[in-house]
Design a protein around this ligand. Structure first.
Ligand code: DC
Length: 239
């Protein structure tokens, strides 16, 4: 079974997807980490970002593995290294390239064919897994997403203003929405969840309930008995 979670940066997809997978007993696939790992490999080789054939060669040549502990580049755990600002600044070069996307989508399908997965990214419900059993599209207003991200960066000790975070986020949104292949868009059959004003726990609970009802998975032993959480705004063409 495959559950996809797509949405813009800062919508809280990663933590929600990871926790949802844990509650369902599924594995979690962070596809953004895959693009980041290719970008890190290119950065380490100090290559020219405009030499795209060479960048594609790197994407083909590296060994990229993922497990519950993180993501590995040629056997090295690079889970922290891929979160560096230098990687975030260049990852769009690899995410924008159709051949790199093809390679990574192929790998995502291979990985997910081995079990039950919650996959998270931008194109999971549209390109990678159009036949997924349950698709979600998580959103939140730009200001709320930027504030969440800003708080994370503050906690990490990064000095950056909220305005700067919002500006960078707007640029990323624009890039994610306008790439020619795998652009950020909700699948027609995705459940859209606006997470404004919701805690991560609230969102996970809402998604878990939806999956259990829609996919007839049954009720979790620790499920809340009060039904659907208030404040969750969910819409889908399925409704
Ligand atoms: O979610 P993230 O910030 O870790 O993603 C890193 C980059 O990869 C970002 O530029 C969006 C892109 N991405 C993508 O194009 N398709 C995906 N399925 C996942 C991420």
């Amino acid at each position: 079974m495959i559950i996809t979670i797509d949405g813009p940066a800062g919508a809280g997809k990663s933590s929600v997807a990871r926790e949802l997978a844990a509650r369902l007993g599924f594995r979690f696939l962070d596809t953004g980490a895959m693009y980041r790992t290719v970008a890190l490999a290119v950065l380490r080789r100090q290559m020219d970002w405009h030499d795209m054939p060479a960048v594609v060669e790197v994407a083909r040549a590296i060994r990229l593995d993922l497990d519950e502990q993180g993501v590995y580049l040629d056997g090295e755990n690079v889970s922290d290294a891929i979160r560096a600002t230098e990687v975030s600044e260049v990852v769009h070069f690899v995410a924008d390239h159709p051949t790199v996307r093809e390679l990574l989508v192929e790998q995502q399908r291979r990985i997910a064919s081995a079990g039950n997965y919650v996959t998270e990214g931008r194109d999971q419900g549209t390109v990678a897994f159009p036949n997924a059993d349950c698709k979600f599209y998580l959103t939140a207003c730009p200001e709320e997403r930027a504030e969440r991200r800003w708080r994370e960066l503050q906690a990490r000790g990064d000095v950056i203003s909220l305005e700067q975070v919002l500006r960078q986020q707007n640029e990323r949104d624009h890039r994610d929405q306008s790439r020619t292949v795998g652009r950020l868009v909700a699948a027609d059959d995705a459940w859209e969840v606006c997470t404004d004003g919701m805690t991560a726990e609230h969102v996970v609970h809402h998604l878990e309930q939806t999956v259990r009802e829609r996919c007839k998975l049954g009720v979790a032993s620790n499920a809340c008995s009060s039904g659907s959480p208030g404040g969750a705004s969910t819409s889908s063409s399925r409704e």
